[in-house]
Design a protein around this ligand. Structure first.
Ligand code: MF3
Ligand code: CO
Ligand code: CO
Length: 273
């Protein structure tokens, strides 16, 4: 149970896994529309992973104290913070949906990423929902651009927290980003809040996710009773974006990119440095 530093072969394995995870989201994007159920999205993803030659990391996933997770991905709508289980309820115009995909390649590498979808398009969603989505996307990238050797995880958490709270939103504390490699969740924990100069120092070869969960209201959450679904306690909207990144000798490489990845915000000058 410690941080794993990836060598060239490991980095190649992670690049492939992460690109494939992102391509699952690309494939799903045109299907994510009003009237479609999240279970249909789940089935489509299962078929596509089969075509890719990957497996879902989430189906049957059972950390200590949890029931086995039933979905090939997570679908978290509106006030659902994370780990929403695909179900038969159709998506509606104005919903905001996070789809979180983690694949495993045949050689055992994991790629983990999630995106938000505004159901029915931007115009169908409330001003608050659009702003929450944008601020969460920016918050993820505010963290990513800091990644380089010598920086500490507290620097990253602090930047994410400052952006979220500076815009009047709150950061979920109970769930965090994580190291990833030939295991789904490795050390270190990547908190989305914190103080500069604290926590683990980044070193080349580390791969981890940055995946802030940001609430429009208070940060408090509760579990819904199925053992997995996490919702905001005040039922306010929640958004999340996730990338897997590599620490390079001079900066970072965002690994979960593909043709359909949304372009980064204007303050981001590069996706690999
Ligand atoms: N993909 C999620 C993460 O970013 C974890 C999902 S675990 C599941 O870490 F079991 F809920 F699928
Ligand atoms: Co993750
Ligand atoms: Co994820």
């Amino acid at each position: 149970m410690s941080i794993t530093y990836k060598d060239e072969a490991g980095i190649a394995g992670m690049r492939t896994a992460c690109r494939l995870a992102s391509e699952v989201l690309d494939f799903l994007t045109p299907h994510i529309q009003p009237g479609v159920t999240t279970l249909e999205i789940d089935r489509l993803s299962a078929d596509y992973m089969k075509q890719q030659g990957t497996r879902s990391a989430t189906v049957g996933y059972q950390p200590p104290g949890y029931p086995p997770y039933p979905g090939h991905l997570c679908t978290s709508i509106n006030h659902v913070v994370c780990h929403g289980i695909p179900n038969e309820k159709p998506l509606k115009k104005g919903d905001i949906l996070n789809v979180d995909v983690t694949v495993i390649t045949p050689d055992g590498w994991y790629g983990d990423n999630s995106r938000m979808f505004l159901i029915g398009g931007e115009a169908a969603c409330s001003v608050q929902a659009r702003r929450l989505n944008l601020v969460t996307f920016e918050a993820m990238w505010k963290g990513i651009v800091l990644v380089r050797p010598g920086v500490r995880l507290g620097d990253i958490g602090s930047a994410i927290q400052a952006h979220a709270e500076g815009n009047g939103f709150s950061v979920v504390r109970e769930f965090c980003g994580h190291g990833i490699g030939q295991k789904f969740h490795e050390e270190p924990q990547v908190l989305h809040y914190g103080r500069p100069g604290t926590m683990e120092e980044l070193k080349p070869g580390m791969t981890f996710t940055i995946e802030p969960m940001i609430n429009a209201g208070k940060r408090d959450i509760k579990e819904q009773g199925d053992g997995w679904t996490i919702v905001t306690r005040d039922r306010s909207l929640s958004a999340q974006w996730e990338h897997t990144v590599l620490v390079t000798p001079t900066g970072y490489e965002v690994l979960t990119l593909s043709a359909g990845s949304p372009p980064p915000p204007a303050f981001v000058t590069t996706t690999a440095c």
